[in-house]
Design a protein around this ligand. Structure first.
Ligand code: NAD
Length: 499
């Protein structure tokens, strides 16, 4: 049995807490490795190394720091196949999906190579006689990130690339369910020239998270995961005086107008609803056709497409649509919610219950499900299922569809499918959701824009990546300076222009 490690000060370090978690192979249901769960002492070791390494890194010019990231991008490309294989084996997503996970992280690293431009600061010449004023962005010091299982490459990179580009040290506490790729990323960063102690991986569960939350050296925490944990981390982190940004769960609606291209809408729902087994925070989990006729046409298009989906292990190649969900507990939770949908009166149009894959009977595979006639009071509507389950809520009008999405507690992403520009524009302007797609089902912004939801999908002010990341990982200092040219003859200061 493989025993994974932490990555502290450039070394793979064995866990000393005596506590471990199982890392499963979701395809077979077998334990494939043990990951150590850090205690406070282990976290403190990492913090001490980070604190020692950060000042020199923070004082390194931004262009040199960016060159390390440039090299890191090369190494990610070099090792793409290897990283994707490990990612698929632990997470369960297909190889193309795993490569997408790495690629979307890599793009943020590329964006952060522009740090010298982003960190230039502001300057006002002659704010008064002989007086100049300038603002600079300085690193926070030691920063930390806590990441979810569903994007074990992308989300750590979304955090550590800007943190490092801004001159910080970063401690990553990845998900204990798929920690291998984060460990590999830390090794690669060092191979790219990052000095030891600047990117460390401390594996663990709540105990390690609490150690981070209460550590007085750590200045900021980035979190991505479920909403209850996001809320806990935001509240506790803020009470400890830290800068915190937390991104939580989602229930993303896709509104289908009667004038939409129905084939395009159905294809979009297949990818966005069932891709990665629905384990994406930007997955579409609710289809909202407007009008019964639209709903009937949409369901008619969806059913054969869903029945054709190939569920299987990543080793079966590119024609696999999605793989297993991450753990037995995740599978059981999906099954429980599907049953609640049936019990509460939704119509299960495609029934994926009892799905089993020959040769992988103990794996965590879940068949695709499609519900129709779902209503807002049902648990399958209110809860984030995080599985291959699409719910259809029929709306009588555009206004009703809009209100439905607006009234949901989550506000991560949404989409509208229509051929009408006025409707699309109205939707984009009025909806209270952070990321909006117009005939685009998964509107994940590119690296140079920012990513973030609204409502219970986010806690904090700034989004991930894009310009916001440079704000989150730096503090602004503003200097006002006065030099002798501001002196009047006779040595008296001349304040008038400042008054
Ligand atoms: P999770 O909340 O269970 O875990 C996230 C992290 O929190 C992990 O590192 C985990 O070890 C830690 N954690 C778990 N329980 C904890 C506790 N009681 N106290 C302290 N820390 C704890 O989330 P997950 O299952 O890994 O990921 C799926 C969730 O993440 C979904 O809700 C999904 O929508 C969300 N997500 C959101 C975004 C976004 O940008 N909004 C992106 C990806 C995933």
């Amino acid at each position: 049995m493989q025993e994974l490690t932490h990555y502290i000060n450039g070394e793979h370090v064995k866990g000393t807490s005596g506590r471990f978690a199982d890392v499963m192979n979701p395809h077979t249901g077998e334990v494939q490795a043990k990951v150590p769960l850090a205690n406070n002492a282990e976290l403190e070791q990492a913090v001490a190394h980070a604190q020692a390494a950060q000042p020199a890194w923070g004082a390194t010019n931004p262009q040199r720091r960016a060159r390390v990231l440039m090299k890191f991008v090369d190494l990610l490309n070099r090792d793409m196949d290897k990283l994707a294989e490990v990612l698929s084996r632990e997470h369960g997503k297909t190889v193309p999906d795993a490569k997408g996970d790495i690629q979307r992280g890599l793009e943020v690293v590329e964006y952060c190579i522009g740090a010298p431009q982003m960190l230039k600061g502001e300057y006002t010449d002659s704010a008064g006689p002989g007086i100049d004023m300038y603002s600079m962005r300085q690193p926070l010091g030691v920063t930390a990130g806590i990441t979810p299982f569903n994007f074990p490459a992308m989300i750590p990179m979304w955090m550590f690339a800007p943190a490092l580009a801004c001159g910080n040290a970063f401690i990553l506490k990845p998900s204990e369910r798929d920690p291998s790729v984060p460990l590999m990323l830390a090794e690669l960063a060092e191979e790219a020239g990052l000095p030891k102690g600047l990117l460390q991986v401390v594996n663990g569960d709540k105990e390690a998270v609490d150690a981070i939350l209460y550590n007085q050296t750590i200045q900021s925490i980035g979190f991505v995961g479920s909403t209850p944990i996001a809320e806990y981390i935001y509240g506790t982190g803020c009470s400890q005086g830290k800068r915190v940004q937390c991104f939580g769960g989602a229930k993303n609606h896709m509104i289908v107008m009667p004038d939409a291209d129905m084939d395009q809408a159905a294809d979009a729902l297949i990818g966005a609803g069932y891709g990665a087994a629905g384990e994406r925070c930007m997955a579409i989990s609710v289809a909202v056709p407007v009008g019964d006729e639209t709903a009937d046409r949409l369901i008619e298009k969806l059913v054969p497409r869903i029945e054709k989906l190939k569920v299987g292990p990543y080793t079966d190649g590119d024609d696999v649509d999605y793989g297993p969900v991450v753990t037995a507990a995740a599978k059981a939770n999906i099954e429980r919610l599907v049953q609640s949908g049936v019990d509460q009166g939704a119509k299960l149009v495609v029934d994926g219950r009892g799905f089993s894959l020959q040769g992988y009977e103990d794996g965590f595979f879940v068949g695709p499900h499609l519900f129709d006639h779902v209503t807002p009071d049902m648990d399958i509507y209110k809860t984030e299922i995080f599985g291959p389950v699409l719910s259809t809520v029929r709306a009588g009008s555009y206004e009703e569809a809009l209100k439905l999405a607006m009234d949901h507690e989550y506000g991560n992403g949404t989409a509208i499918f229509t051929r009408d520009g006025d409707t699309a524009r109205d939707f984009a302007n009025r909806i209270n959701i952070g990321m909006v797609g117009i005939n685009v089902p998964i509107p994940v912004p590119l690296a140079y824009h920012t990513f973030g939801g609204w409502k219970k999908s986010v806690f904090g002010d700034l989004n991930q990546h894009g310009p916001d990341a440079f704000k989150f990982y730096t503090r602004t200092k503003t200097v006002t300076s006065r030099w002798p040219s501001g002196l009047k003859e006779g040595g008296e200061f001349h304040f008038k222009a400042m008054d």
